[in-house]
Design a protein around this ligand. Structure first.
Ligand SMILES: NC(=O)c1ccc[n+]([C@@H]2O[C@H](COP(=O)([O-])OP(=O)(O)OC[C@H]3O[C@@H](n4cnc5c(N)ncnc54)[C@H](OP(=O)(O)O)[C@@H]3O)[C@@H](O)[C@H]2O)c1
Length: 325
């Protein structure tokens, strides 16, 4: 089979597409013929050696996919050859075939395209865990989403609306804000043109945001946090801008506000039953039309670098998907 291979941590341009032996399932594992594998910003960080996890070299990146089970290892109980599934594999999915433990699988709902299924775990599961378990977002609250047209950001916009919040999208271009509005945002702030703190205050009638969803970091976090409301929750999702901001601790004191860490992958491993419930609820949101996965570009496996480039150069919107032949 063909697979994207990382031979050394560093520049993602050094990734290569190579012929490698097909995987063989061990006990409790299946082999999936990958129909679609979604790209995420963490794939770029993983290859650069900047992510929390460092697989042994060489390895294949690609955290999530959807496809059809083509082989089943000993002891697998709930899945069989021919089942269409969604899998969260952490790495390995940018290939024609990938190994996955049974615990990492969810049945792909009938009528859900493979590319939408491939896009549901990392972004929607992260954003749902952040809004539901970490922020305890309530219907009627105001949610500000930074990087609102990106992968996790757009998922947060849709899920925030599905949970009954008023959603204010914040992003760097008017085109990105238009996409966030198409996916349900009530209002938009262009943070390259507007003062982010003043704009959030103005959009919330001076009250400040109840919840800030922050996958961007850098110079955006502090002005956003300065516009948080009483009892507000600032969700620390990631640092796509590169710099990890340092927030003065008098700010949470003054607002009785919380800075709330979110590490979805670790939580999902520690609390698999709660993760499974969240995934079932996300699938229900999809079936009832409350979320619509925005797959904005599809690439062949040969073209994987275009996807990495778009993410690294701040050009990606929604979800980018690799579709191995
Ligand atoms: N905590 C968790 O469990 C968890 C899970 C998944 C992902 N993450 C993290 O969430 C972040 C976003 O991931 P994603 O897959 O949604 O990425 P993405 O689709 O590329 O979105 C990131 C957004 O960040 C903004 N941004 C600002 N400066 C940027 C820069 N220099 N380069 C790229 N983007 C920049 C962009 O929006 P604007 O142009 O509008 O500013 C972009 O849309 C990453 O840091 C990732 O590691 C965390």
């Amino acid at each position: 089979m063909k697979a994207v291979i990382c031979k050394a941590y560093g520049d993602y341009h050094d990734l290569v597409l190579e012929e490698v032996p097909d995987p063989v399932p061990g006990p409790g594992e299946v082999v999936i013929d990958v129909k679609a594998a979604a790209l995420n910003f963490p794939d770029v960080l993983l290859v650069q050696g900047l992510y929390q996890m460092k697989p042994d070299l060489p390895f294949t990146p690609g955290a999530e996919c959807a496809g059809i089970i083509s082989a089943v290892g000993e002891g697998v109980q709930n899945f069989k050859i021919g089942d269409a599934v969604i899998a969260y594999t952490r790495y390995g999915a940018f290939a024609q075939k990938v190994l996955a433990p049974e615990a990492a699988l969810v049945l792909l709902p009938r009528d859900m395209p493979f590319d939408a299924g491939a896009s549901l775990t990392t972004t929607y599961a992260t954003s749902y865990y952040a809004l539901k378990q970490r922020a305890r977002l309530q219907s009627g609250e105001t949610l500000v989403v930074l990087g609102a047209a990106g992968g996790v950001g757009l998922a947060a916009v849709e899920l925030g609306k599905a949970m009954g919040a008023r959603v204010i999208a914040a992003a760097s271009t008017d085109e990105k804000l238009a996409l966030a509005r198409e996916h349900g945002a009530d209002d938009g702030i262009n943070y390259e043109r507007e003062d982010l703190k003043a704009a959030i205050k103005a959009a919330t009638g001076g009250q400040g945001a109840d919840v800030i969803y922050d996958p961007v970091g850098g110079r955006y976090s502090e002005p956003a946090f300065r516009a948080i409301g009483w009892n507000g929750r600032h969700l620390v999702i990631g640092f796509a801008a590169g710099e990890i901001p340092k927030i003065p601790l008098n700010l949470p004191l003054l607002k009785t506000a919380s800075i709330v860490g979110v590490f979805w992958g670790a939580w999902a491993m520690r609390e698999p039953k709660a993760y499974a419930r969240n995934m079932a609820e996300i699938l229900d949101f999809y079936k009832t039309g409350k979320i619509r996965v925005a797959v904005t570009a599809r690439f062949s496996l040969e073209d994987f670098l275009r996807g990495f480039d778009a993410l690294a150069k701040r050009q990606a919107t929604g979800k980018l998907v690799l579709c191995p032949a």
